[in-house]
Design a protein. Structure first.
Length: 417
């Protein structure tokens, strides 16, 4: 199995190009299920999760073009089998995003329950509850959600928790429902907005995406469209955190600076100089970072997907930072691995207290989830000596060409067996 070997101690210098956002590409690919015409996408990242979603769609009969230079064409002329099986869903929870569009298009769907995952329980009750409110009948049988509906009916849905994929699933379903659907307490993440842009280009009538109340006026049918996937704000934040930790000067191009506000604010507090352009970000860090404290929250708050990388930064910062995780109950697995590198972290409930140490020391560590892996890379870049990161298949799910991009910035990082 592939591992990453990182030798720390070099600043990062140069330019890196940001890829399309995984968490926007996945729901947008599911939008292809809503029309028999072709959905032509651009800026689709080359990632394992994108390949998994393509496989799931292909098994239903969707024609999936080859991915070429970020372009991907999907055409659901006919959906032969509206099923997403356990073997694929268990590897990627976002697969549950096919449920809403399948129900809306075919009137039935069979989707495996995703189960738990490394970062917490992650139930899908809000997805189910919302679809039921729109008239679907959903039974849980043998680990599968068996859903049927005549035509879904628009209604008012107040979500009990802010859920990103829950909001997306219901928005996808509502586009073809009869009448208007009002989604209250909706997620405001930029990926929800990007999905709304794509659906609007397909002929959907959506208002309020990006606010906590989204109104979708159902239409009879949707058409094909072209859409460019938004830049990945978490990939962007990860490189920014890496520079803040390792030092240096880097320009990130093809980014969406208006989506990374909370992260940039923390890195500036840590001592980084950050300049935002129209679609680029420059970061410069000379001194040892100062510790920052943060609490994760739904957008526009500090992203849970950036928490691990900032914990790595705090590990070598001057002072003590407090990191509170409010979105997922078990998202501190990386703390134990960072401790193997010499970090001084104590966990009290959902808060980690990180006392910065002068230096980390390279060691063998294990990636436990996608963003945890990224935090180990950030730590490896500043640790003395070699850090060998095992189980990097987690990284391949969400970072396009990570080691190539970091090598180009001067880091010593390589994939080894
Ligand atoms: N929740 C429920 N019931 C539901 C849905 C969610 O209780 O029906 C709870 C979850 O257990 C969690 C909270 O609500 O405590 C928020 O979960 P959310 O549904 O927003 O998470 P998600 O949609 O499954 C997406 C991203 C995650 C990101 C979270 C939070 C995608 C494909 N995934 O997950 O990304 O951490 O939102 O922002 O968009 C990652 O990229 O590494 C990643 C995990």
């Amino acid at each position: 199995m592939d591992k990453l070997l990182v030798s720390g101690g070099r600043p990062l210098v140069g330019e890196a190009r940001i890829s399309g956002a995984k968490n926007a590409a996945l729901p947008i690919m599911c939008a292809a299920l809503l029309t028999e015409q072709a959905l032509k996408l651009d800026n689709v990242p080359r990632l394992m999760d994108v390949r998994t979603m393509a496989k799931i769609l292909a098994l239903m009969g969707v024609e999936v073009g080859s991915q070429d230079d970020g372009r991907l064409e999907l055409r659901a002329r006919e959906i032969k089998d509206p099923t997403a099986g356990y073997e694929l869903v268990k590897t990627m929870r976002a697969a549950v995003l096919v449920l809403g569009p399948l129900l809306a298009r075919c009137g039935r769907a069979k989707v495996s329950l995703p189960g738990g995952c490394g970062i917490g329980a992650r139930p899908v009750d809000q997805h189910i509850k919302g679809l039921q409110a729109m008239g679907a009948k959903i039974d849980i049988e043998h680990g599968y959600m068996n859903a049927i509906a005549k035509r879904l009916k628009g209604t008012r849905i107040v979500m009990d928790v802010v859920t990103v994929t829950g909001t997306e699933n219901l928005m996808l379903a509502a586009t073809l429902a009869e009448g208007a659907t009002l989604l209250e307490n909706a997620a405001r993440e930029p990926e929800v907005v990007d999905l709304a842009h794509c659906l609007t280009a397909m002929g959907a009538r959506i208002q309020g995406a990006g606010t906590d109340t989204i109104r979708v006026e159902g239409v009879r049918s949707l058409s094909g469209a072209q859409h460019r996937v938004m830049p990945d704000r978490i990939e962007t934040g990860t490189y920014l955190a890496a520079v803040a930790a390792a030092g240096g000067k880097v320009r990130l191009s093809g980014a969406a600076p208006d989506t990374v506000g909370a992260t940039v604010e923390k890195l500036v507090e840590a001592g980084a100089r950050v300049a935002l352009g129209a679609d680029s970000i420059e970061i410069e860090m000379e001194a040892r970072p100062r510790a920052v404290s943060l609490t994760t929250a739904p957008y526009p708050g500090f992203a849970t997907d950036m928490q691990a990388q900032c914990m790595a930064l705090d590990s070598i910062a001057a002072g003590t930072g407090t990191i509170t995780e409010t979105i997922f109950e078990n998202r501190f697995m990386h703390a134990l691995e960072l401790q193997r590198l010499g970090a001084d972290i104590s966990i009290q409930g959902n808060t980690a207290v990180v006392k910065g140490v002068e230096r980390l020391q390279g060691a063998k560590v294990m990636a436990t989830d996608l963003r945890a892996s990224a935090s180990l890379v950030v730590a490896g870049l500043v640790a003395q000596g070699e850090t060998l990161i095992d189980r990097i298949y987690h990284l391949d799910r969400g970072y396009e060409g990570l080691e190539k991009k970091l090598s180009a910035l001067g880091a010593r990082i390589a994939r080894v067996r």
